[in-house]
Ligand binder design. Structure first.
Ligand SMILES: [Zn+2]
Length: 91
């Protein structure tokens, strides 16, 4: 992803979150999917695409995710997108 898109997407994510502190859960305040996870429309090199908020947070603030990797919240809060609460399970 190009740098200007990455910083734009990081800002867009942070506008949709309540962030009491670095250590607590960052509660998603935007759209929520039927499965109970946050979702957000983000633009990448290929155009606009709907993303899971926690997966997008991991990709933008931590690192790349493989197509089959699963991102889980270590705190158990489905709406949390704090990068330090997100764990990657590689299949
Ligand atoms: Zn959390």
């Amino acid at each position: 992803m190009q740098d200007h898109l990455k910083s734009r997407n990081q800002q867009k994510i942070m506008m949709n979150v309540s962030k009491p502190s670095d250590n607590e859960c960052w509660e998603w305040l935007g759209q929520i999917s039927n499965s109970g996870y946050g979702r957000i429309l983000l633009k990448d090199d290929l155009g606009n695409k709907m993303h899971s908020a926690h997966r997008a947070s991991y990709e933008l603030f931590v690192g790349e995710i493989g197509k089959d990797d699963i991102i889980m919240q270590s705190c158990g809060n489905r709406l949390c997108i704090n990068p330090s609460h997100l764990v990657k399970k590689t299949t």
